[in-house]
Write a protein of this length. Structure first.
Length: 189
C-alpha cells in the first residue's frame, strides 16, 4: 500500500495529518509505504539556515513515527531534500521529503530503497523508489575517533576535499563525503 503525503506548513495542520495517518495505520495489515513532502524534520541536524526548528515540531513527528512503527527506508542521493535555492547567505536546506515504511514492508521488500535525485529546477528532490535484488549490503559506517590522531588523516581529508565533483553544491558535498567514507573504510580493515 502506498500513501502519498503532503504535510502543510503549519504545526496544527501537520499534527492533524499525523493523527489521520495514525488512524489509517491501525487498519494496515499489508506492507505500507508513505512517501512525499512531510514538511517535518526528525532532528535539528536536518535543517540548515532559515528559521530554527522548534523542538516540539521534531517531537511531534518522532512520536508519530514511533507510535506507528514507521522508519525511513534506506536511501541514497541527496540528504537534504528541499532548498530555497538562494545563492546568498540566506540559503536554507532541509530534509522534509522522505519515504517511510512499516516492518511488513521491510520484511517483504528487503531490497527496496529510495534515491533522492538531483532537484534540477525544482526546490524538492524527486523521490525514486527502487528495487534491486542484487544489492550488496554493507555494515553501517563507523567513524573511529582515533583516526583524527593519525598523521595521514588531515592530508586524506584535504585530498578528498580537493577532488572535482559534478552536480549542484549538495551533490558535490555528498559525493566528497562518500569518497572520504570509502577511503576511511580501508583503515578499519
Amino acid at each position: 500500500m502506498l500513501t502519498v503525503v503532503y504535510g502543510r506548513n503549519g504545526r496544527p495542520d501537520r499534527v492533524k495529518l499525523w493523527d489521520d495517518l495514525s488512524v489509517i495505520s491501525q487498519s494496515v495489515t499489508t506492507p505500507w509505504t508513505l512517501m512525499g513532502d512531510f514538511n517535518a524534520c526528525k532532528d535539528t541536524c536536518e535543517n540548515i539556515g532559515g528559521n530554527p526548528l522548534h523542538p516540539r515540531e521534531t517531537i511531534d513527528f518522532n512520536e508519530f513515527l514511533v507510535n506507528n512503527d514507521l522508519a525511513d527506508l534506506s536511501s541514497k542521493g541527496a540528504f537534504y531534500t528541499w532548498s530555497n535555492k538562494s545563492r546568498t547567505n540566506a540559503r536554507t536546506l532541509t530534509k522534509i521529503d522522505r519515504c517511510l515504511v512499516n516492518p511488513l514492508w521491510l520484511t517483504q521488500y528487503k531490497d527496496s530503497y529510495v534515491d533522492f535525485a538531483n532537484p534540477g529546477v525544482s526546490d524538492h528532490c524527486p523521490i525514486l523508489m527502487r528495487w534491486n535484488e542484487h544489492i550488496k549490503r554493507h555494515g553501517s559506517f563507523k567513524f573511529f575517533n582515533h583516526w583524527v590522531d593519525n598523521p595521514s588523516f588531515l592530508p586524506l581529508v584535504e585530498e578528498v576535499w580537493n577532488t572535482r565533483q559534478i552536480g549542484n553544491p549538495m551533490m558535490r558535498l555528498t559525493s566528497k563525503l562518500r569518497l572520504l567514507k570509502s577511503r576511511l573504510k580501508t583503515w578499519s580493515k
